[in-house]
Design a protein around this ligand. Structure first.
Ligand code: FES
Ligand code: FES
Length: 189
């Protein structure tokens, strides 16, 4: 089938089988390998992209169904040499180690910010009539709202801190994180 995809503001016309996923179309046909293939089964979030502003696992989306939609991948977030705020926050807060999950994590955070602005509740929102505003988003809310993106390196503390920085909260200092880790290990022992 012929399909025209709009990816990061550019249009690409591909001839592909209808079974090709958006993830494979991006990586194998367009050479945009920033979007990662982790599980290929909708379980890890490494393949997260934005479609019309919403986060989507691209391994579970057929490419031929995305015609006319605005697809943004990790390659499309920066503006020239200027990184997106969320990208800068990940660097500043050590929100990654190997980096394999990071493109998906960052796309998920970009969508999360918009979802909260629009008043979306999460599974841990206590008052569904009064969902939290960005500035008051708790650590529990951030973790729940990013629970669809796994990190094998377990860089979760840095990822949460990156979100906190972007929404204007004060992330815990690296020293506080070390002390917290030591205390946690002591408790376990
Ligand atoms: S590769 Fe898509 S969810 Fe894991
Ligand atoms: S930084 Fe390595 S998997 Fe997340």
């Amino acid at each position: 089938m012929n399909v025209t995809l709009t990816v990061n503001g550019k249009q690409y016309t591909l001839t592909i089988e209808p079974r090709v996923t958006l993830l494979d179309a991006l990586r194998e046909y367009l050479g945009q390998v920033g979007t990662k293939k982790g599980c290929d089964h909708g379980q890890c979030g490494a393949c997260t992209v934005l479609i019309d502003g919403q986060r989507v696992y691209s391994c579970l989306a057929l490419a031929v169904m995305q015609e006319g939609k605005n697809i943004i991948t990790i390659e499309g977030l920066a503006s020239g040499d200027n990184l997106h705020l969320v990208q800068e926050a990940f660097i500043h807060n050590d929100g990654f180690q190997c980096g394999y999950c990071t493109p998906g994590q960052i796309c998920a955070v970009v969508a999360l910010l918009e979802e909260v602005k629009q008043g979306c509740a999460s599974a841990v929102t206590t008052d569904l009539h009064n969902p939290p505003k960005l500035a008051e988003l708790s650590e529990t809310e951030i973790k729940e709202r990013l629970s669809g993106n796994l990190c094998r390196c377990s860089a979760y503390n840095g990822i949460v801190a990156a979100v906190q920085q972007v929404i204007g909260q004060q992330p815990p200092s690296p020293l506080a994180k070390v002390i917290f880790s030591i205390e946690t290990v002591k408790e376990v022992l």
